[in-house]
Design a protein around this ligand. Structure first.
Ligand code: S3P
Length: 173
């Protein structure tokens, strides 16, 4: 099986995913990283030079290329669920886990980050809330399980995922 982590920027997908993969003896993959390697530039540069629509299509291609994979934890970009194609590809790829963090905590974690192209300017909290209003229903509809990552403890989140999904390999805690 594969475990796919979805959620907003700063919700802990990469840090939780790395720990979880290690515990399960699974591979760790990150769709942002796959896209960056393929395009030879950072996500921020891809957004600046090619735009969001191009980036979403790159996500679709990356997910198609992961078809047939087994035994991986896959972290995804925060906006991957915006595309219906991506949602259906994710569904066929494995068990989907939504890492849920509240907007004020997200803001704390990402406000000084210069690598995320879609981070709001201006009233940042209101902008994050606006993006979440669109994305949260999609995260919730896509996910088989929801893990609160509000406290920022990726080890705890990884342990909870193991407990709920009970993958065939036992979790080393
Ligand atoms: C995005 C989130 C980023 C990355 C890209 C777009 C988004 O990933 O995919 O910058 O639309 O929220 P993280 O969620 O890992 O920051």
């Amino acid at each position: 099986m594969n475990i796919i982590l979805i959620g907003f920027m700063g919700s802990g997908k990469t840090s939780t995913g790395r720990i979880l993969a290690k515990q399960l003896g699974y591979k760790f993959l990150d769709t942002d990283q796959i896209i960056e390697q393929k395009n030879g530039m950072t996500c921020a540069k891809i957004f600046a030079q090619r735009g969001e629509e191009f980036f979403r299509k790159q996500e679709t291609t990356a997910l198609k290329e992961l078809h047939g994979l087994d035994g991986a934890v896959i972290a995804t970009g925060g906006g991957i669920v915006l595309s219906a194609d991506n949602r259906s590809l994710l569904h066929n790829l494995g068990a989907i886990v939504y890492l849920k963090t509240e907007p004020a905590e997200i803001l704390k974690r990402v406000e000084n980050d210069t690598t995320r192209p879609l981070l709001p300017q201006g009233n940042k909290l209101a902008e994050i809330q606006k993006m979440l209003d669109v994305r949260q229903p999609l995260y919730l509809a896509a996910a088989q399980c929801i893990i609160a990552t509000q406290t920022g403890q990726p080890e705890k989140a990884a342990a909870e995922i193991c407990k709920i999904l009970k993958p065939e390999q036992s979790c080393r805690t």
